[in-house]
Design a protein around this ligand. Structure first.
Ligand SMILES: NC(=O)c1ccc[n+]([C@@H]2O[C@H](COP(=O)([O-])OP(=O)(O)OC[C@H]3O[C@@H](n4cnc5c(N)ncnc54)[C@H](OP(=O)(O)O)[C@@H]3O)[C@@H](O)[C@H]2O)c1
Length: 296
């Protein structure tokens, strides 16, 4: 499935080509106007990402799928990744004609290279990278953690985002600009039982975000979005048994939905956020200020 003329990669963007080109990015916005230093600050919303291409890891369900839906709704072409082939194929079908899938494991460097190459080959550009895929294992006290599982967590949650940022930079963003969002967690702002490995990887990812923001500026903006508790499979073991009780402790009185996080990502990669880099946008229903919250 070819969504746009592949491989032109020129600074003025790739022109439409092939029978399905109308479904792909039309390059109506010049590449340096997309997310790079000359971004004009146009409004986010439907059509605002037309002509841009995105890679979203872990896009078959949960927050990643909601992000991919938000980006395609605004006009972007999107390549999504996940390990499970069927789940990914279902997601691509649901995302519509501007989406493709690249199945594979974020722990596999060859898959990461393939995902970037596939995005470039299909869409002719790569303006937006959302590092969303992650593992929350190993779970438990750190003294019981298997160091090999710890290493895998760092491979998926920290090394993969760096590898993808490097590949996207070299293949497109260095010359054309771009925007990267790393999905971290509100949990990096504190500590909690049994999430020592996960929290340490996400804290490293937040640090990586800030370092990359400085090193890739002004061509590429790099930001984090840090969700609180969101209704997804990954967090089901937390919210399912106690949703009402947890919601009652939150100033905004409910747990998050994947779309709450997706809207923040969509805005951060849009031109409206063109003067924002190196920040961490916490989307948590007010969890961090709940100590001062008095339920009615
Ligand atoms: N839900 C929350 O409360 C919450 C809170 C804070 C932060 N977050 C962060 O939000 C992000 C998304 O989490 P989620 O809650 O939406 O999880 P989810 O519903 O479990 O979805 C995870 C997605 O990532 C894919 N994935 C997992 N491991 C992968 C790997 N090794 N390689 C490639 N793809 C992989 C999954 O597909 P496959 O299984 O088929 O690979 C799926 O598409 C994560 O970075 C997570 O740490 C979530």
């Amino acid at each position: 499935m070819t969504h746009a003329a592949a491989g032109s990669g020129g600074r003025e963007g790739s022109g439409p080509g092939g029978p399905t080109a109308s479904a792909g990015p039309t390059a109506s916005a010049g590449p340096t106007a997309s997310a790079g230093p000359t971004a004009s600050g146009g409004p986010a919303g439907p059509g605002s990402l037309t002509g841009r291409a995105a890679l979203v890891t872990g896009g078959s369900r949960g927050i990643g799928l909601a992000v991919a839906q938000a980006l395609t709704a605004d006009g972007a072409a999107v390549c999504v990744t996940a390990r499970d082939h069927k789940g990914l194929a279902d997601a691509v079908r649901c995302l519509g004609p501007r989406a493709i899938g690249c199945p594979g494991d974020a722990a596999d460097p060859a898959h990461l290279s393939a995902a970037v190459a596939r995005t470039l080959a299909e869409f002719g550009r790569l303006d937006i990278l959302v590092n969303n895929a992650a593992t929350n294992t190993p779970f438990g006290p750190l003294m019981a953690v298997d160091p090999l599982a710890w290493r895998t967590a760092f491979t998926v949650n920290v090394e993969a985002p760096l590898r993808l940022a490097q590949a996207a930079w070299r293949a497109w963003m260095r010359d054309h600009g771009g925007a990267v969002v790393n999905i971290c967690t509100e949990g990096t702002h504190g500590v909690g039982p049994d999430v020592g490995a996960y929290g340490t990887t996400k804290t490293a990812l937040l640090r990586l975000t800030r370092q990359l923001a400085a090193e890739l500026a002004p061509a590429v903006r790099v930001n984090a979005v840090s969700p609180g508790l969101v209704r997804t499979e990954m967090a089901r073991f937390v919210w399912e048994p106690d949703e009402q009780e947890i919601a009652a402790t939150l100033p905004l009185a409910r747990i998050g939905e994947p779309e709450d996080v997706a809207r923040a990502v969509r805005w951060l990669v849009s031109d409206e956020a063109s003067w924002i880099t190196g920040t961490d946008l916490v989307v948590d229903g007010g969890r961090r200020v709940r100590a001062a919250f008095r339920p009615a």
